[in-house]
Design a protein around this ligand. Sequence first.
Ligand code: FAD
Length: 476
Amino acid sequence: MEPINTELVVVGAGPGGYTAAFYAADKGKQVILVERDARLGGVCLNRGCIPSKAYLHAAKLISEARESGAWGVHFDPPKINLDTMRAWKESILDRLAQGIGGLARKRNVQIIHGRGYFEDSQTLRVETEAGQRFIRYQQAIIAVGSKPAMPKAFDLGNPRIMTSNDALELEEIPKDLLIIGGGYIGMELGTMYAALGSKVVVVEAMDSILSGADPDLVSPVLQYAAKAFREMRVKTKVLEMATSGRQIRVVLETAGVAKEELYDRVLVCVGRAPAGEDLGLENTRAVKDERGFIKVNEKQQTADPPIYAIGDIVGGAMLAHKATKEARIAVEVLTGEASVFEDIVIPAVVFTDPEVAWCGLTEAEAKHKGRQVAVAKFPWSASGRALSFGRTDGLTKLIIEPESERILGVGISGSGAGELISEGVFAIEMGATAKDLAESMHPHPTLSETLMECAEVFYGSSTHAWARKKSESDGP
Ligand code: FAD
C-alpha cells in the first residue's frame, strides 16, 4: 500500500493528542490522528478523569443522603446496582468519545485506529486491524500518555491486585480494600469505594497524604477520611504480598513493626509510568530521560526537529489540562508562532470529599525556598453559603507577596474547591493584587466570596471573619 502523506501526524488521542490535532486543523494543517484504542479520549476519558468523577458523583450523593438526616431529611440506605452504574458510566464515555469523533470529522482530521511505531524521523508505521499503514509526515506530535506503575513485587498476576484501570471497571465492591498510595488517585478511589460500602485502608510510605498540597488544606480530607475509611496509615510500607485463597495476604510495616493482614482486594496507586515503550523512538533522534519520559524543551520540541511531545509522556504535572496547554503550545510553535511553556500556572484539584485545590506558590514551597510571603486564611465556618449546605469543613487561603501585595498562590479545600480554583488561576495569571480581589464584587451567598473575604482578611477587615488589622500584625 502507498504511504499516506500528511503535514502533521499526532500519535495518541488523549486530551493532549486530540487538542493538538484539532487546533492544528483549525490553523489549516492537514492532520492525521493515530489512536490504538477503539474509543478516543485517552486515559482521561476512558480510565481516568471522567469515569472517576462519574463514580465520585454517585459517592457524593450517597454521602449526602446519609448526612441529610441531620437536616430532617431521611432516606433509606442506598441499594447499589453495579451493572446499572457501570452502564451509566459507559454511556457518559461513549457520548464524549463520539463527540470527539464528530469534532474530528467536522475539522477533516483523519483518524486511524492502530498502534503507531516510528520507522524513522519522517515515517510512522501504524498497525491497524486491516494491516500496516505507513504515514510520511512533515511534523509529528507524540501524545501517548502514561499507564499505572505496578512494582514487580506486587505484580502477582492476581486480578484482586488492581490498578486504577481495574478499579474503575467496578467489578465488585470488596468488603476489605487496601489502597497502596495516598496520592490523589488513591484518595479519590478510596473516597469512591468507601461511599459504596468498602472498608478502606489507605497506606502511604511518606509522612503525609496528597504531597504537594499545604497540610492545612489536607486536614479537612483527613478528618473526613477518619470517619469514612477504616484507617489511614502514613509512614507505612508494604513489605510483601501473596495470594491467600480468595484474599491477598499483605505484610505492612509501620515504625519498624511488621503486621500481616488479609484483604479482599488491593489497589496499587503508587504513581504513573510513561507509555513510550515500543514506539520506535530509538529510530528517531528524540531521547528519553532515565525514567522513560520523552525530553522536550519549553517549546515541546524533542531532540529531533520534526517531532514534538506533549502531555503525560513528557512528565511534570501529569494532568489533562497540562496536556491540553502543551498541545496548544506545540501547535503554535510548529505553525511558526512564538510560544513557550513558561510561567504557566497549573492548578491541581483532588476530587476527594471535601475537594482540595491549589495553584501557584504554596505556603510550604515558600517556606522551602526561604521566600517571605504573607498568608491570609478564611475559614468556611464563617461562610453563610457553606453553612447552608452543612459543609463548613473548608478553608480558603491566599499566598501574597508582601511588598507588591500580588497574589502568588491560592489554596482551597472544601466542597466544590475544584470549581473555585480557576478564579485563583486567573488572579495569578493577570498579576492581580489582594486589593483587586477584595474590591471585586462577589455574589452572595456563594463560596466564591471566601476568596474575596480572604483578601479582606489580609487587610484586617473581613466582614465575616475577625482578623488583626494589617498595621497591628507582625507581618505585612
Ligand atoms: P493519555 O490520556 O494517556 O492518552 C494517550 C493515548 O495514546 C491513549 O489513548 C493511548 O491508547 C494512546 N497510545 C499510546 N501509545 C500509542 C501508540 N503507540 N499508538 C497509538 N496510540 C497510542 N487529570 C486531570 O487533569 N484531572 C483529573 O481529575 C484526573 N483524574 C485522573 C484519574 C485517574 C484514575 C487517572 C489514572 C488519571 C487522572 N488524570 C486526571 C490524569 C489524566 O488522565 C492524564 O494526565 C491525561 O489523560 C494525560 O493526557 P495525554 O493526552 O498525555 O495522554
